[in-house]
Design a protein around this ligand. Structure first.
Ligand SMILES: Nc1ncnc2c1ncn2[C@@H]1O[C@H](COP(=O)(O)OP(=O)(O)OP(=O)(O)O)[C@@H](O)[C@H]1O
Length: 361
Protein backbone atom coordinates (compact mmCIF):
# COMPACT_ATOMS: atom_id res chain seq x y z
CA UNK A 1 0.00 0.00 0.00
CA UNK A 2 1.41 3.44 -0.93
CA UNK A 3 1.49 5.89 1.98
CA UNK A 4 2.06 9.64 1.55
CA UNK A 5 4.46 11.21 4.08
CA UNK A 6 4.69 8.12 6.35
CA UNK A 7 5.43 8.42 10.07
CA UNK A 8 7.09 5.01 10.16
CA UNK A 9 9.12 3.32 7.44
CA UNK A 10 10.14 -0.29 7.93
CA UNK A 11 12.74 -1.03 5.27
CA UNK A 12 14.02 -4.52 4.44
CA UNK A 13 13.85 -5.82 8.02
CA UNK A 14 14.97 -9.44 8.54
CA UNK A 15 15.35 -11.27 11.84
CA UNK A 16 16.20 -14.89 12.62
CA UNK A 17 16.67 -16.76 15.88
CA UNK A 18 19.05 -19.59 14.98
CA UNK A 19 17.28 -21.53 12.26
CA UNK A 20 13.88 -19.88 12.98
CA UNK A 21 13.13 -17.04 10.57
CA UNK A 22 10.93 -14.53 12.41
CA UNK A 23 10.88 -11.82 9.71
CA UNK A 24 11.95 -11.92 6.10
CA UNK A 25 12.70 -8.69 4.29
CA UNK A 26 9.75 -6.75 5.69
CA UNK A 27 8.91 -3.44 3.96
CA UNK A 28 6.09 -1.34 5.34
CA UNK A 29 5.09 2.32 5.56
CA UNK A 30 2.68 3.53 8.24
CA UNK A 31 0.78 6.79 7.86
CA UNK A 32 0.34 9.40 10.60
CA UNK A 33 -2.78 8.86 12.67
CA UNK A 34 -3.37 5.39 11.26
CA UNK A 35 -4.66 2.45 13.30
CA UNK A 36 -2.61 -0.39 11.81
CA UNK A 37 -3.06 -3.97 12.94
CA UNK A 38 -0.58 -6.77 12.50
CA UNK A 39 -2.62 -9.95 12.30
CA UNK A 40 -1.49 -13.53 12.02
CA UNK A 41 -1.19 -16.90 13.71
CA UNK A 42 1.20 -17.65 16.54
CA UNK A 43 4.83 -17.44 15.44
CA UNK A 44 4.28 -15.34 12.28
CA UNK A 45 6.54 -12.51 13.48
CA UNK A 46 4.07 -10.02 14.99
CA UNK A 47 5.77 -9.50 18.35
CA UNK A 48 9.23 -9.48 16.78
CA UNK A 49 8.15 -6.56 14.55
CA UNK A 50 6.73 -4.75 17.55
CA UNK A 51 9.87 -5.28 19.60
CA UNK A 52 12.06 -4.05 16.75
CA UNK A 53 9.87 -0.93 16.39
CA UNK A 54 10.10 -0.34 20.14
CA UNK A 55 13.88 -0.78 20.22
CA UNK A 56 13.75 -3.86 22.46
CA UNK A 57 15.29 -6.02 19.74
CA UNK A 58 17.76 -5.41 16.92
CA UNK A 59 17.06 -6.59 13.35
CA UNK A 60 19.71 -8.63 11.51
CA UNK A 61 19.20 -6.44 8.44
CA UNK A 62 17.22 -3.39 7.40
CA UNK A 63 16.28 -0.14 9.11
CA UNK A 64 13.47 1.70 10.85
CA UNK A 65 12.77 5.35 10.09
CA UNK A 66 10.60 7.35 12.47
CA UNK A 67 9.59 10.74 11.17
CA UNK A 68 12.47 10.53 8.70
CA UNK A 69 15.08 9.72 11.38
CA UNK A 70 16.92 6.39 11.36
CA UNK A 71 16.18 4.96 14.83
CA UNK A 72 17.30 1.38 14.16
CA UNK A 73 20.14 1.51 16.68
CA UNK A 74 18.50 3.82 19.21
CA UNK A 75 17.49 2.38 22.62
CA UNK A 76 13.75 2.44 23.54
CA UNK A 77 13.98 5.56 25.72
CA UNK A 78 15.53 7.58 22.89
CA UNK A 79 12.64 6.83 20.52
CA UNK A 80 9.39 8.72 20.44
CA UNK A 81 7.57 5.41 20.90
CA UNK A 82 5.68 3.84 23.79
CA UNK A 83 4.20 0.44 24.43
CA UNK A 84 1.13 -1.14 26.09
CA UNK A 85 1.66 -4.74 27.16
CA UNK A 86 -0.89 -7.54 27.38
CA UNK A 87 -0.42 -7.87 31.14
CA UNK A 88 -0.45 -4.03 31.44
CA UNK A 89 2.78 -4.13 33.49
CA UNK A 90 1.36 -1.61 35.99
CA UNK A 91 3.34 -1.07 39.18
CA UNK A 92 1.24 -2.69 41.94
CA UNK A 93 2.65 -0.50 44.72
CA UNK A 94 1.85 2.74 42.87
CA UNK A 95 -1.53 4.48 42.59
CA UNK A 96 -3.12 5.19 39.23
CA UNK A 97 -1.77 8.76 39.36
CA UNK A 98 1.75 7.55 40.23
CA UNK A 99 1.66 4.92 37.49
CA UNK A 100 0.71 7.57 34.94
CA UNK A 101 3.31 10.00 36.27
CA UNK A 102 6.12 7.44 36.14
CA UNK A 103 7.05 7.91 32.46
CA UNK A 104 6.83 11.67 32.84
CA UNK A 105 9.26 11.56 35.75
CA UNK A 106 11.68 9.57 33.57
CA UNK A 107 11.37 12.33 30.97
CA UNK A 108 12.64 14.73 33.66
CA UNK A 109 9.46 16.83 33.92
CA UNK A 110 9.04 18.95 37.07
CA UNK A 111 6.36 18.05 39.67
CA UNK A 112 3.85 20.69 38.59
CA UNK A 113 4.08 19.64 34.92
CA UNK A 114 3.72 15.96 35.86
CA UNK A 115 0.58 16.74 37.88
CA UNK A 116 -0.89 18.85 35.07
CA UNK A 117 -0.24 16.22 32.41
CA UNK A 118 -1.48 13.33 34.60
CA UNK A 119 -4.69 15.28 35.38
CA UNK A 120 -5.16 16.05 31.71
CA UNK A 121 -4.82 12.43 30.59
CA UNK A 122 -6.92 11.08 33.51
CA UNK A 123 -9.69 13.51 32.66
CA UNK A 124 -9.47 12.54 28.98
CA UNK A 125 -9.74 8.84 29.80
CA UNK A 126 -12.23 9.35 32.63
CA UNK A 127 -9.86 7.96 35.23
CA UNK A 128 -10.07 10.72 37.84
CA UNK A 129 -12.35 8.80 40.22
CA UNK A 130 -9.62 6.13 40.42
CA UNK A 131 -6.61 8.44 40.74
CA UNK A 132 -5.66 7.32 44.27
CA UNK A 133 -6.48 3.62 43.83
CA UNK A 134 -3.95 0.84 43.38
CA UNK A 135 -4.10 -1.53 40.35
CA UNK A 136 -5.46 -4.37 42.53
CA UNK A 137 -8.48 -2.17 43.31
CA UNK A 138 -9.45 -1.82 39.63
CA UNK A 139 -11.38 -3.97 37.16
CA UNK A 140 -9.61 -5.47 34.13
CA UNK A 141 -11.05 -2.80 31.82
CA UNK A 142 -10.00 0.02 34.16
CA UNK A 143 -6.48 -1.40 34.45
CA UNK A 144 -6.31 -1.51 30.67
CA UNK A 145 -7.28 2.16 30.53
CA UNK A 146 -4.61 3.08 33.11
CA UNK A 147 -1.98 1.23 31.04
CA UNK A 148 -3.12 3.19 28.00
CA UNK A 149 -3.06 6.48 29.96
CA UNK A 150 0.46 5.76 31.18
CA UNK A 151 1.63 5.01 27.63
CA UNK A 152 -0.06 8.11 26.16
CA UNK A 153 1.05 10.53 28.90
CA UNK A 154 4.53 11.26 27.43
CA UNK A 155 2.81 12.02 24.09
CA UNK A 156 4.61 9.43 21.94
CA UNK A 157 4.49 9.71 18.14
CA UNK A 158 3.79 5.99 17.88
CA UNK A 159 1.99 3.69 20.30
CA UNK A 160 2.69 -0.05 20.17
CA UNK A 161 -0.01 -2.34 21.55
CA UNK A 162 0.84 -6.03 22.06
CA UNK A 163 -2.44 -8.00 22.32
CA UNK A 164 -3.58 -5.49 24.98
CA UNK A 165 -7.07 -6.97 25.27
CA UNK A 166 -6.00 -10.59 25.65
CA UNK A 167 -6.68 -10.70 29.38
CA UNK A 168 -10.26 -9.40 29.16
CA UNK A 169 -13.36 -11.60 29.01
CA UNK A 170 -15.33 -11.65 25.75
CA UNK A 171 -18.01 -9.11 26.71
CA UNK A 172 -15.67 -6.55 28.21
CA UNK A 173 -13.31 -7.05 25.31
CA UNK A 174 -15.94 -5.83 22.83
CA UNK A 175 -16.56 -2.74 24.94
CA UNK A 176 -12.86 -1.95 25.36
CA UNK A 177 -12.32 -2.41 21.61
CA UNK A 178 -14.78 0.39 20.90
CA UNK A 179 -13.21 2.52 23.61
CA UNK A 180 -9.70 2.00 22.31
CA UNK A 181 -10.72 2.84 18.76
CA UNK A 182 -12.47 5.99 19.92
CA UNK A 183 -9.42 7.09 21.96
CA UNK A 184 -7.23 6.54 18.92
CA UNK A 185 -9.57 8.70 16.81
CA UNK A 186 -9.75 11.48 19.37
CA UNK A 187 -5.97 11.62 19.90
CA UNK A 188 -5.13 11.09 16.19
CA UNK A 189 -2.17 9.04 17.41
CA UNK A 190 -0.59 6.35 15.28
CA UNK A 191 -1.43 2.94 16.79
CA UNK A 192 0.43 -0.23 15.86
CA UNK A 193 -1.68 -3.04 17.22
CA UNK A 194 -0.78 -6.73 17.32
CA UNK A 195 -3.35 -9.50 17.56
CA UNK A 196 -4.11 -13.02 16.39
CA UNK A 197 -7.86 -12.32 16.71
CA UNK A 198 -9.30 -11.61 13.27
CA UNK A 199 -12.58 -10.23 14.56
CA UNK A 200 -10.77 -7.74 16.75
CA UNK A 201 -8.64 -6.68 13.77
CA UNK A 202 -11.70 -6.17 11.55
CA UNK A 203 -13.52 -4.12 14.20
CA UNK A 204 -10.76 -1.71 15.09
CA UNK A 205 -8.34 -1.17 12.25
CA UNK A 206 -7.99 1.36 9.47
CA UNK A 207 -5.60 -1.09 7.86
CA UNK A 208 -4.64 -4.70 8.48
CA UNK A 209 -1.37 -6.38 7.59
CA UNK A 210 -1.84 -10.15 7.52
CA UNK A 211 1.42 -11.95 8.33
CA UNK A 212 2.36 -15.54 7.62
CA UNK A 213 5.77 -17.08 8.33
CA UNK A 214 7.51 -13.72 8.67
CA UNK A 215 6.13 -12.30 5.42
CA UNK A 216 3.28 -9.99 4.49
CA UNK A 217 0.47 -12.09 3.08
CA UNK A 218 -1.84 -9.12 2.37
CA UNK A 219 -2.05 -5.44 3.27
CA UNK A 220 -5.37 -3.58 3.01
CA UNK A 221 -8.48 -2.20 4.67
CA UNK A 222 -10.66 -4.61 6.68
CA UNK A 223 -13.25 -4.60 3.85
CA UNK A 224 -10.63 -5.37 1.18
CA UNK A 225 -9.23 -8.26 3.17
CA UNK A 226 -12.63 -9.68 4.01
CA UNK A 227 -14.31 -9.43 0.61
CA UNK A 228 -11.25 -9.61 -1.65
CA UNK A 229 -8.73 -11.86 0.07
CA UNK A 230 -5.68 -12.27 -2.16
CA UNK A 231 -4.71 -15.75 -1.02
CA UNK A 232 -6.24 -18.89 0.39
CA UNK A 233 -4.44 -18.21 3.68
CA UNK A 234 -6.17 -14.81 4.10
CA UNK A 235 -9.54 -16.16 2.93
CA UNK A 236 -9.42 -18.89 5.58
CA UNK A 237 -7.79 -16.88 8.36
CA UNK A 238 -10.33 -14.04 8.22
CA UNK A 239 -13.95 -15.10 8.61
CA UNK A 240 -15.60 -18.16 7.12
CA UNK A 241 -15.69 -18.84 3.43
CA UNK A 242 -16.53 -21.27 0.63
CA UNK A 243 -13.49 -22.26 -1.40
CA UNK A 244 -14.26 -23.30 -4.98
CA UNK A 245 -11.51 -25.04 -6.90
CA UNK A 246 -11.79 -25.06 -10.68
CA UNK A 247 -10.23 -24.03 -14.01
CA UNK A 248 -10.00 -20.69 -15.78
CA UNK A 249 -12.13 -20.52 -18.91
CA UNK A 250 -11.19 -16.99 -19.81
CA UNK A 251 -10.37 -13.56 -18.45
CA UNK A 252 -12.08 -10.32 -19.45
CA UNK A 253 -11.67 -6.74 -18.31
CA UNK A 254 -13.32 -7.09 -14.91
CA UNK A 255 -13.66 -10.79 -14.22
CA UNK A 256 -12.20 -14.26 -14.33
CA UNK A 257 -14.58 -16.77 -15.89
CA UNK A 258 -14.12 -20.16 -14.29
CA UNK A 259 -15.50 -23.65 -14.46
CA UNK A 260 -16.47 -25.19 -11.15
CA UNK A 261 -17.99 -28.67 -11.20
CA UNK A 262 -19.46 -28.02 -14.65
CA UNK A 263 -20.87 -24.61 -13.66
CA UNK A 264 -19.67 -21.39 -15.28
CA UNK A 265 -18.92 -18.71 -12.69
CA UNK A 266 -17.53 -15.15 -12.78
CA UNK A 267 -15.26 -13.82 -10.05
CA UNK A 268 -13.31 -10.68 -9.10
CA UNK A 269 -9.87 -10.91 -10.72
CA UNK A 270 -6.73 -10.67 -8.57
CA UNK A 271 -3.71 -8.57 -9.55
CA UNK A 272 -1.80 -10.42 -12.30
CA UNK A 273 -4.90 -12.33 -13.42
CA UNK A 274 -4.50 -16.05 -14.14
CA UNK A 275 -4.50 -17.49 -17.67
CA UNK A 276 -6.98 -19.72 -19.46
CA UNK A 277 -6.56 -23.34 -18.39
CA UNK A 278 -4.95 -22.49 -15.02
CA UNK A 279 -6.22 -24.32 -11.96
CA UNK A 280 -7.61 -21.73 -9.52
CA UNK A 281 -9.46 -21.32 -6.25
CA UNK A 282 -12.15 -18.73 -5.60
CA UNK A 283 -13.57 -17.56 -2.28
CA UNK A 284 -17.19 -16.62 -1.65
CA UNK A 285 -18.35 -15.52 1.80
CA UNK A 286 -21.27 -17.43 3.27
CA UNK A 287 -23.53 -14.40 3.63
CA UNK A 288 -23.00 -13.36 0.00
CA UNK A 289 -25.04 -16.27 -1.37
CA UNK A 290 -28.58 -15.05 -2.03
CA UNK A 291 -31.62 -17.37 -2.09
CA UNK A 292 -34.26 -16.96 -4.81
CA UNK A 293 -37.48 -18.68 -5.85
CA UNK A 294 -36.62 -18.25 -9.54
CA UNK A 295 -33.41 -17.98 -11.51
CA UNK A 296 -31.91 -14.64 -10.37
CA UNK A 297 -30.54 -12.05 -12.73
CA UNK A 298 -26.97 -12.37 -11.40
CA UNK A 299 -23.75 -13.39 -13.22
CA UNK A 300 -23.58 -16.46 -10.96
CA UNK A 301 -26.72 -18.54 -10.57
CA UNK A 302 -27.22 -22.21 -9.84
CA UNK A 303 -29.79 -24.57 -8.42
CA UNK A 304 -29.14 -26.38 -5.16
CA UNK A 305 -30.81 -28.55 -2.55
CA UNK A 306 -30.70 -27.80 1.14
CA UNK A 307 -29.10 -30.78 2.90
CA UNK A 308 -28.61 -29.31 6.37
CA UNK A 309 -29.59 -26.35 8.53
CA UNK A 310 -28.19 -25.00 11.79
CA UNK A 311 -30.09 -22.42 13.83
CA UNK A 312 -27.74 -19.66 15.04
CA UNK A 313 -30.21 -17.14 16.44
CA UNK A 314 -30.69 -14.20 14.08
CA UNK A 315 -29.41 -16.26 11.16
CA UNK A 316 -29.07 -19.85 9.99
CA UNK A 317 -26.19 -21.77 8.45
CA UNK A 318 -27.46 -23.75 5.48
CA UNK A 319 -25.59 -26.61 3.76
CA UNK A 320 -26.28 -26.87 0.05
CA UNK A 321 -25.66 -29.52 -2.58
CA UNK A 322 -25.49 -28.13 -6.08
CA UNK A 323 -27.96 -29.79 -8.48
CA UNK A 324 -26.39 -31.62 -11.42
CA UNK A 325 -22.90 -31.28 -9.93
CA UNK A 326 -22.04 -34.26 -7.84
CA UNK A 327 -19.99 -33.47 -4.75
CA UNK A 328 -20.31 -29.70 -5.19
CA UNK A 329 -21.22 -28.28 -1.81
CA UNK A 330 -21.69 -24.75 -0.54
CA UNK A 331 -22.49 -23.24 2.82
CA UNK A 332 -24.58 -20.09 3.25
CA UNK A 333 -25.74 -17.80 6.04
CA UNK A 334 -29.31 -16.62 5.63
CA UNK A 335 -31.79 -14.74 7.82
CA UNK A 336 -33.59 -17.18 10.08
CA UNK A 337 -36.99 -16.58 8.45
CA UNK A 338 -35.48 -17.37 5.02
CA UNK A 339 -33.75 -20.46 6.40
CA UNK A 340 -36.93 -21.71 8.04
CA UNK A 341 -38.98 -21.23 4.87
CA UNK A 342 -36.72 -23.29 2.56
CA UNK A 343 -37.67 -26.95 2.33
CA UNK A 344 -36.95 -30.01 0.17
CA UNK A 345 -37.53 -28.33 -3.18
CA UNK A 346 -34.45 -27.04 -5.02
CA UNK A 347 -33.70 -23.34 -4.56
CA UNK A 348 -31.87 -20.87 -6.76
CA UNK A 349 -28.65 -19.43 -5.39
CA UNK A 350 -27.12 -16.29 -6.87
CA UNK A 351 -24.23 -13.91 -6.31
CA UNK A 352 -22.47 -11.17 -8.22
CA UNK A 353 -19.00 -11.11 -9.74
CA UNK A 354 -17.52 -8.79 -7.13
CA UNK A 355 -18.58 -11.03 -4.23
CA UNK A 356 -16.39 -13.90 -5.38
CA UNK A 357 -12.62 -13.34 -5.08
CA UNK A 358 -10.36 -15.38 -7.32
CA UNK A 359 -7.29 -16.16 -5.23
CA UNK A 360 -3.61 -15.89 -6.08
CA UNK A 361 -2.03 -19.17 -5.08
N1 LIG B 1 13.91 -14.73 21.69
C1 LIG B 1 13.66 -15.70 20.81
N2 LIG B 1 14.45 -16.78 20.72
C2 LIG B 1 14.23 -17.75 19.82
N3 LIG B 1 13.22 -17.73 18.93
C3 LIG B 1 12.38 -16.69 18.97
C4 LIG B 1 12.55 -15.63 19.90
N4 LIG B 1 11.57 -14.72 19.69
C5 LIG B 1 10.82 -15.19 18.67
N5 LIG B 1 11.31 -16.37 18.22
C6 LIG B 1 10.78 -17.17 17.10
O1 LIG B 1 10.52 -16.29 16.01
C7 LIG B 1 9.28 -16.57 15.37
C8 LIG B 1 8.35 -15.36 15.46
O2 LIG B 1 8.04 -15.08 16.80
P1 LIG B 1 7.07 -13.90 17.26
O3 LIG B 1 7.11 -13.84 18.75
O4 LIG B 1 7.41 -12.65 16.53
O5 LIG B 1 5.65 -14.44 16.77
P2 LIG B 1 4.18 -13.90 17.05
O6 LIG B 1 3.53 -13.80 15.73
O7 LIG B 1 4.25 -12.67 17.86
O8 LIG B 1 3.54 -15.09 17.88
P3 LIG B 1 2.53 -15.06 19.15
O9 LIG B 1 1.20 -14.67 18.59
O10 LIG B 1 2.56 -16.46 19.62
O11 LIG B 1 3.07 -14.08 20.12
C9 LIG B 1 8.73 -17.80 16.10
O12 LIG B 1 9.11 -18.93 15.34
C10 LIG B 1 9.44 -17.79 17.44
O13 LIG B 1 9.57 -19.09 17.96
Amino acid sequence: MTVQDPLVRIQGISKSFGAAVALENLDLDIARGEFVTFLGPSGCGKSTTLRILGGFQQPDRGRILLDGEDVTRLPPEKRHVNMVFQDYALFPHMTVRQNIGFGLELQGLDRASIKRRADEIMSFLELQPFAERYPAQLSGGQRQRVALARALAPDPALLLLDEPLGALDAKLRGQVQQELKSIQRRTSKTFFFVTHDQEEALTMSDRIIVMNHGRVEQDGTPEELYFHPATRFVAEFIGETNLLTGKVRGVDSDAVVMDWCGQTLRGHAPAGAPRTGDAITASIRLERLGFHAQRPDTPNALQARVVGKTFLGSRMAVDLEVAEAEGARLKAYVDTDVGQSVGEAPVWIGWDTDSMAVLRD
